[in-house]
Design a protein around this ligand. Structure first.
Ligand code: PGA
Length: 262
């Protein structure tokens, strides 16, 4: 295993998941404010994930900046009769570089299975998009002591067929479902325990050298008041931010917290 500090190996990531919020015009206004504050930031990878309808206009605002553009979902097929869906190639033409896959809201409300999420991960990688793969347990699963089993099963299934040379392109996001949008953040110990577990799992699948390079983000009520503590944990390499990403001030503060922890 490398003796280098994890901070030197893994650049922190702050990704804003806007979910079903912001019209194109509202998205542009938010992106402008963020770009003004951290547009040239290179110490941390900053990613904005607006809804599909705002990708083109927000992407335009990000031209020439270091802030990157992400989508919230995609379909694994290249094209065809999939009414309402969007392909990796379509995202690529809008200069999208990242795509959130397997978010718990997609698993819960749209019945996405691990097998389907796996197809998307492989399709995203084949199109040179960086998947932000979300995994995490529900409250009932945590209370039943099944957290690590659930996270192992979701991660292993989603990464089936991902080659060693592709794994460092994947960003994993640990998002305990009970912490998403609830204001109930995982303690830094709870989060670090699962992050370390995911890194061990990646080590068993890909070896230590590669596993040390994979960024593992925390998501679930991360905000400026709890970010420094979470981002200070050894295996927490950034955040996937929902609520606090909808306002420039709190999102920029999170980017700054990640810069300070870098
Ligand atoms: P939250 O959402 O920050 O509002 O809890 C995180 C997410 O769902 O990605």
């Amino acid at each position: 295993m490398s003796t280098q500090s994890p901070h030197l190996i893994r650049k922190k990531v702050i990704a804003g998941n806007w979910k079903m919020n912001k019209t194109a015009a509202e998205g542009v206004a938010l992106a402008q404010e963020i770009v003004e504050a951290v547009g040239r930031e290179t110490l941390v990878d900053v990613v904005l994930c607006p809804p599909f309808t705002a990708l083109a206009s927000v992407g335009h605002e990000l031209e020439g900046q270091s802030v990157k553009l992400g989508a919230q979902n995609m379909h694994p097929q290249k094209n065809g009769a999939f009414t309402g869906e969007i392909s990796a190639e379509m995202l690529r033409t809008l200069y999208v570089t990242h795509v959130i896959l397997g978010h718990s809201e997609r698993r819960q409300y749209f019945a996405e299975t691990d097998a389907f999420i796996n197809q998307k991960v492989l399709a995203a990688l084949a199109s040179e998009l960086r998947p932000i793969l979300c995994v995490g347990e529900t409250l009932a699963e945590r209370e039943a002591g099944r957290t690590l089993d659930v996270v192992r099963a979701q991660t292993t299934a989603a990464l089936a067929g991902v080659k060693p040379e592709q794994i460092t392109t994947v960003i994993v996001a640990y998002e305990p479902v009970w912490a998403i949008g609830t204001g109930k953040v995982a303690t830094s110990e709870q989060a670090q325990e699962v992050h370390a577990f995911i890194r061990e799992l990646l080590t068993s699948l890909y070896g230590a050298a590669l596993a040390q390079k994979v960024r593992i983000l925390y998501g679930g009520s991360m905000k400026p008041s709890n970010a420094t503590e979470l981002l200070g944990q050894k295996d927490i390499d950034g955040g996937l931010i929902g609520g606090a990403a909808l306002e420039a001030r709190s999102f920029v503060e999170l980017v700054k917290a990640a810069m300070a922890a870098a």
